[in-house]
Design a protein around this ligand. Sequence first.
Ligand code: SF4
Ligand code: SF4
Length: 408
Amino acid sequence: MKQGLQNCGKCGLCLSACPVYGILKEEQVSPRAKLQLIKSHDNKSLESTQGLKEIVSRCLMCGSCAAACPAGIDHYSKFMEMRKQMVADHGESPAIKSMIYLLGREYRLKFGTGLAKTGQKMIPDALARSFKLGNIPIKNFPTLNPKPFRTQQEVIVPAAGDPVGSVIYFTGCATNYLYEDAGKATIGVLQHMGYQVIIPEKQCCCSVPMLFHGAQDQAMSNIRANIEALDPGDVEAIIVDCSTCGEALENEYPKLMEQGDDHAAATQIASKVTHIFSFVNDHMDLLTFDTAGDNPSTVTYHAPCHTRNNSQGHLAVESILKQLPNTDYRPSPDRDQCCGGGGTFFYEHPQVAGEMMAQKLTSVRNMEVDYWVTDCPVCRLNLAGNLEPQDTMQVVHPITFLYNALKA
Ligand code: SF4
Ligand code: SF4
């Protein structure tokens, strides 16, 4: 059971786990100090100031501190509550406010991404080359999906061959609007395994970006809509291809829906949420691989913080990559080091994010791989967005890599 911040013994074990502290080496941004600041703020001995908001914002919400904490403190919930308070006291930047507004309703998001798509086509090359969003040059942003992924799919996608069961697929916003290849591969792998895939039409943003930015009130309507859309019935699992969505569905929804029917429904959903690689790893016998060829692809893996700290899906990803034919898996020495993406962290704190990324780039360049796979859309955006023209490795979701290894 998670503990309150009064249980912090100030042992400091969370410091070496914290990527932000690792770069800045300032006690005030460490998880330990943030907890003490929150405690002082809660007992009214510390005033709420813009400076306090800034310190609280220097956090990737990666969960590595909680994973390392021997006292079992729930940093995640404490940080989220504090962020909500800071936004109530000091407001939010126009860019973040706009993001929250768009994510709050699916029709707005659809409209907003439609406009962004037009903007992507019209922006002059010179401008795209010279401007950055956070630490990522605009020219390196991926092209948005031509149509939202879910609108390209039937609500029920049949299994290939004899069906062995049904799963629900929660696509998340990134697959729906940005990385349709990951969605197609997820469905393709599940079909190949013999699963019917249900893609509920009414699903919407999991709400994590809103929760991280203190917009809990705006998040609740999405959360209720997802609870209704994802009624699991007798499906075997609710599959996610993004661990952050998975973390929200599994841990935050039951906490936020404190009682009654909504809590029961959220708990039932939580019990079925499964990372796609954990699911595949449990059913490897259902996959048939293409074993032809004698020129293996070299691949390494960046393990996203939420995959490591919430679902342990990174172990499944790595285990599967090691088993694939025609694949030369090269473990990265900094597989578990945060890349600095962290939702909007790369945008809000580009210098810190840039330093985290620089370490990873040096390491992956030395490995000379064809593929750099990662199962978080923001990590993918950040890794691919910071490559230089001379870098030849492709950054993809590992499900795409796995799908390409299957026998047709
Ligand atoms: S690891 Fe846990 S108990 Fe130790 S300083 Fe960090 S928050 Fe406190
Ligand atoms: S959530 Fe991550 S970035 Fe934030 S304090 Fe904890 S370890 Fe550091």
